[in-house]
Ligand binder design. Sequence first.
Ligand code: ATP
Ligand code: MG
Length: 340
Amino acid sequence: MQQQGIIHAEGLVKVYNGKVKAVNGVSFDVRPGEIFGFLGPNGAGKTTTVSMLSAGLAPTSGQAVVEGLNVSVDPEGVKRRIGVIFQESTADQDLTGRENLEVAAGCYNIPAAEARTRSESLIELMQLKDAADRLVKTYSGGMRRRLELAVGLVHQPRVLFLDEPTLGLDPQGRAGFWSFIQKLRNEHGLTVFVTTHYLDEADTMCDRIAIIDHGNIVATGSANELKDRLGGDIVTLKTTPGSMDLTSLITGLPGVNSVQKQDSSYRVKCTNGEPFVPLAVEACTRAGVGVTGVTVKRPSLDEVFLEFTGREYREEGEGLTATDRAVMLQRVQGRLGGRR
Ligand SMILES: Nc1ncnc2c1ncn2[C@@H]1O[C@H](COP(=O)(O)OP(=O)(O)OP(=O)(O)O)[C@@H](O)[C@H]1O
Ligand SMILES: [Mg+2]
């Protein structure tokens, strides 16, 4: 097998209980030092993919190689090298932040003196200095997430997996958390694989994105590349009501990919919206039609999702995640012994 990225997935499949096909043959490569966003609606297969890549869940078929180690061949080796933070909180609420860090360091057999030094610098990095000696149960949501990030970094991994790290945080908490992730990447060269169902986060924070839907990757690329694949920007031209039809005139202008007319407005898809506007206004004016308004819009990831899946992006099932719902159902049916 040819290995490319620091994270390499090839035809990964997960079928739960022989019937639920949660991940349906996904392949991608993540480059070193990249923030790679795994974006999809509830139940798309994000947590399942992270669980396989982080060697917590055996793939039904396919391969995953992380930092040169195959997750199926050497799961323990993979776990020692990576950091992983799941949707649900794992910090011990009845310990302080500092104690949580030192316990985590102990799990990796880091000597006590070294554990203290690392804990101190992570506390500093995550701006938890004032809270470090308080019990975690007194922390805010944002502080808890920062502590979890610190815990996930205590063994100095080069690859970090984050499953919906900003779920439940307010906009300020989300922005703050992302600034830590970017700092870690910029200053420590960390590779970050992060799932989210927030389109805006993926758009602005990730270097590249894979969009997953019903267990299949429907598109991969930078947010700009994905938007470009839609045929460029959307320019809306409003003309004086009742004026002549300019569809063929606008269609003939340079860079235009398509034109839709609605009443006296034109929705124009064009390669680059800004230089198109003066050309269009001039052409309309020359044809004797007044332009009463213009908007230029870069397509959003909502439109990218719609284009690649044929349906609107929506977040189903408020509150519980797909994984939680599946696990609860299994518990009710008595198939699981209380733990995942
Ligand atoms: N332990 C499990 N047993 C059975 N089915 C499961 C299990 N975990 C997840 N599933 C199912 O697999 C599919 C993918 O779930 P997964 O948790 O990977 O999605 P997700 O993209 O992480 O969703 P969310 O955004 O809600 O966290 C869903 O249909 C889910 O119900
Ligand atoms: Mg999930």
